[in-house]
Design a protein around this ligand. Sequence first.
Ligand code: HEC
Ligand code: HEC
Length: 419
Amino acid sequence: MSACALLLVPVSPQACGGNEMAPTGTERFQPMMYGDYPKLPQLSELGRALFSDPSLSASGRMSCASCHDPAHAYGPPNGLPTQPGGPSMNRMGFRNTPSLTYLHAPLPFTEHFLESQVTIGQDDEGPTGGRTWDGRVDGGAQQAMMPLIDPNEMANADLREVGERVRRSPEAALFRTIVSAPGRDVFDDTQAAGEWAAVALATFEQSRNDFHPFTSKFDFWLIGEVDLTPQEERGFDLFNNPQKGNCASCHPDGHKSAAARPPLFTDFGYSTIGVPRNRTLDANRDPNFHDLGLCGPLRMDLANRAEYCGAFRTPSLRNVALRQAFFHNGAIHSLRDAVAFYARRDTDPAEWYPRGKDGEVKVFDDLPKAYWVNIERGVPFEPLRDGRPRLNDADVDAIVAFLRTLTDGYVIPGHEPPA
Ligand code: HEC
Ligand code: HEC
């Protein structure tokens, strides 16, 4: 498959040429001579260099890695709800930075995902797939173009400006060698150079060792190479139990079977779970501003679909323990609180939502009342008959312990690499 078909990017046909590309990671990276077509390993190495190059931003201080830190599973390096960016590094978006791990096989966004693909009409799972918290973009390269020209992020005026910056970057010589068409200099067309930068970034994001290594303790447990502690194993059971955590209903974890493909801990579906408003976000100073996910304001094609308002894409929970800000708006600041929110949102709302002047707890304070019908009310939110939460403190701790087994780079005791 050609890079163009693979990445769904509108690069010029002559630059694509319909050439076959070698699969990622199978060859040692070696720059080809001027005039050859790029191979995926070359694009990937180019993408790796561009990913952490701040000279591609208007401020000269922000790269993809500023928000997507390789040391934090390509998620945010700190507990800020959003990372400041823009030309003077003082502008703020309103969404939390997702991890870029385990996004290697994204489903394109669809409003009607059929689980079996056979019994049409009977198993419609609703909106599924796409990239970002609202699924408004499918292709990896199109996605990479967004932060490059977002005024709150890398803040280029357009892709020509991106291409121009690449021309002046430390990667310029390599870039020219790898992506110029025969007899041409890619920088003669700065728009094409900007597009190729996005293709290279998206190719890098597919590289297995960096983005989907499957090297967590959980993965070694699946193939029987290590035991979970009793607490971790109890957490796994609670995570699966449909009457307790019921987490796996949205964050599927497969079965304890090496035969099945290792699970991704997301079904890429959309749900409205009523995360509290993050009052530290600039955008939220306006009481009438609401980030409603699927129904806007960043995607507008579903703006008139009230049933989608408040729904965000379910993130993978792999590497979630490396985060310090949780959910689409970063309103929650510890993994333990993120799990406890599911247990006690409806039993102890005052823990999560502010009180109004009248002393009443303002539940679901980030969602206009008209959309409250969309909020998930079932297990794990639904209290027990006696009003207690389904998960007690020890249960929450066990689930957290289990989630900590999902961090990549686990070393089996006794198998440490030589120092
Ligand atoms: C200022 C911080 C920031 C910078 C810089 C940044 N991103 Fe992001 N990234 C985000 C946020 C926030 C989102 C979620 C956006 C949304 O949901 O609307 C995101 C989403 C993504 C996604 C989609 C992830 C998913 O879950 O589907 C990819 C892929 C991505 N970014 C790649 C990049 C690349 C490549 C660069 C550099 C060209 C980059 N990002 C620069 C903050 C950043
Ligand atoms: C109804 C589907 C559903 C169920 C059930 C569910 N989740 Fe989630 N989960 C989501 C969605 C959707 C989000 C993102 C919501 C948002 O940001 O508005 C999310 C986000 C999270 C996050 C934050 C991840 C991040 O990157 O910020 C954690 C942690 C989490 N879930 C853990 C759990 C645990 C533990 C359980 C079981 C106790 C659970 N979830 C049950 C759908 C679900």
